[in-house]
Design a protein around this ligand. Sequence first.
Ligand SMILES: [Zn+2]
Length: 877
Amino acid sequence: MSSPNKQTKTNSRMSKKKVSPASTSHRLSPHVRPERYRIHIEPDIPGGTFVGTAHIDLLIAKPTREIHFHANELVVHGAELESSENLKPHTIGYDIERESVVLHFEQPVSGAHTLALDYAGKINEHLVGFYRSTYTVKGETRHLATTQFEATDARRAFPCIDEPSHKATYELSFTVEKQHTVISNTHETAMTELENGKRHIQFAPTPKMSSYLAAFVVGEFEHLEGRSKRGVRVRVNTTPGKKHQGAYALDVTLRILDFYETYFGVPYPLDTLDLIAIPDFSSAAMENWGAITFREPALLVDSKNSSSAIKQRVVEVIAHELAHMWFGNLVTMEWWTHLWLNEGFATWMSYNAMDHLFPEWRVWTQFISNEYAMALELDGLTSTHAIEIPVKHPREIREIFDTISYLKGASVIRMIADYLGEKKFRAGLRLYMLRHAYGNTETEDLWDALSTVSGEDVRAIMKEWTGKPGYPLVKIKKHPKGLLVEQERFFASEVERKVSKDGTLWKIPTTISIGKETKLKRLLLGKKRELLPIDWDKSSWVKLNFKHSTLCRTHYDEALFLGVKEAKFTKELKARDRIGFLGDLMASARSGVASNNDLVQALNWFADERYYTIWVAISGTLGALSGLLSGTSLEPAFKEYARGLYSPVAHSLGWKSKRGEGHLEAKQRGLIIGGAGIFGVPEIVREARARFEAHAKHKKQIEPDLRSAVYATVALHGGEKEWKQMLALYDETELQEEKSRLAQAMVLFRQPKLIARSISFAVGPKVRLQDSVHVLVAMARGNDKARQTLWNYLETNWEKQSARFQSGLTYFARLINALLSGMTGPGELQEAEQFLKKHMWKGGERAVAQAIENGKANTAWKKRAVRELKSYFTKGK
Ligand SMILES: [Zn+2]
């Protein structure tokens, strides 16, 4: 999951004692170990408060006068050590910086105790801790209350040692309104109707687990239910009136659960599994053990209105969260430095599960154009960070729920899994699960298990990949005695490449294929420069990094480059290699290692492509070039060139799905029609407008897979009338997926008046907080006419907007990145940089540095691209 929030000050009415000097670290004392929590909570959802009692069984290993627990925005009214003397602390203090409550005792205490605490807290509206979510049923507003604890917000719901290595069991109980139910980690063991009209609900003890995995949701729900092959009860829960949208998720969950039990060789550790759709939710989903929470479009599928892309997303998110039930929940990282183990693995595993359930989706090919490409893009910056990074403060922990942990993490796992081979990798995982079940691990523990089963020194191979930032550029060229290979760190930006002194050398597990007939060769590169005594002359082509399993960029000398062209045309180059090759080339052109002319030439090789996933890479490249050349003298010619690529594909695909067409064809049609529409292929624009008109008037619905494409085309080529029609459709639909689609199109209108109106709409009451920033990101990325207005708006309303996004500052950083990346005009970027220097927010430093670096890289790229492409785009004019 990913869920950031901003620190808020503690509301304390108790005495505030000075904190002892020992407490400068953000970790609490290792000598106080909770074994069991018994927690009772009574929420007042309309009032936004709750009261709680906690009984915590503790082992105090070393005598101490102070016991520290994490607590944030909690007020502890009473505390008592329930030992023979019933010891009470003489004061209860708060340490705001460390988000903790401190119990001071007259005498040192030690040994086994039960600590009883009475406390009260807030049900907030910031999507963290214990928070409130709002929805409507038939026009009537209703509330539910739910939790989101990862990474450091369990402390907003109960006092605890809120660190992943402090595993304990949890016995949760609740007193709630009689119309409410509670869903929590385990099954309900008792429900009693009380005389005051409320009900008391008790849950079974959890296994030993980390505090961030506890969860409870209070409100009105309906559900669909099924059983796995082994009999685990699985339910998909929704707010009233939506349970039918859970059918797809239920089917997928049951199949993935069975698959994982076989794959890991360890049964799912609980007897129940709830999936819950929450209307207000900051990330996609959260892997609470046995009670996974989701934002609605990551779980619910509407048979008439959901797109193929959303269905794939639902499967991916479920597969990711279910992987955590083992990897993350059963075996947990010792500290957040090793977060990437959880997230990288779950991301990698979700592709495994998708591939198992839906082989026809060819998701491993999609992996290259999605996860792998994004990881390489961010990690090409000097302002990136190593996968393993020391973090202390909650704010630093929130920051690392990012592309590096998830996507570079997944790419690194894929690289070593492919290098060792599927069988050995799986055997290593099983050994790791057996060794560490219910325990905590560091990255090296996984490498050790893999070493045991494979006989390879995995620690040594992986050291630089997780310990150092960045990844290598591998240059390969002809040599009289074979092939010469050189490595250096890859830089996305020409500016940084020229000044860098980084001498990191990676051990690069990779492969080389030499022509179609020759066998694939497995390599472990490790030197600055090495000669591969490979007889390549007999074959027509050489391709390094077969299937793009290795996290690197490759640059070929001219002869080898032309060889790859040959392989492409003889169809000997497989899809993953075609995508990877194009990605390498674009990144190299951006960083000045390759020429932009080569890039455009190579794009022409792809004119006959019809395969969806390759078109994701082609349209990504066209989109990047289009942004770059926007406003330059080459813009009209470039657009014509892009139309020339899209047009024949759009015509051969047509608007209507054909009999027997599958998932990828459906996605392909949306992608191509969208691209053709955005670049303005006249027939496509005309047809899109006509279809939208009929759709808006409820005469004929647009197929879900085409809606985003049609909405975007209409917005880019439409005006006020269409904006209002989209708003009416937005107001009408109850499906969040459809609302997002419409909102992300409404910000693409190009008239100044509509741009201003779209900004007000995106930050207004109609768009949920969790979606607001994504809508603005869509505007910053897709609407070059709006970028400056949006930036000016943010500058003017900085305090308000940055505070609004406090629960999702990493998403806010994404918006800043989208805006600054496009600032390639004179002085634009410098001005923004000045502003941000004065208005930096805590924890935003790295994200801002990345945004500025992207802006500078693109400015340099633009200058060079215009120069290099001039003759190509002006010939014959
Ligand atoms: Zn995750």
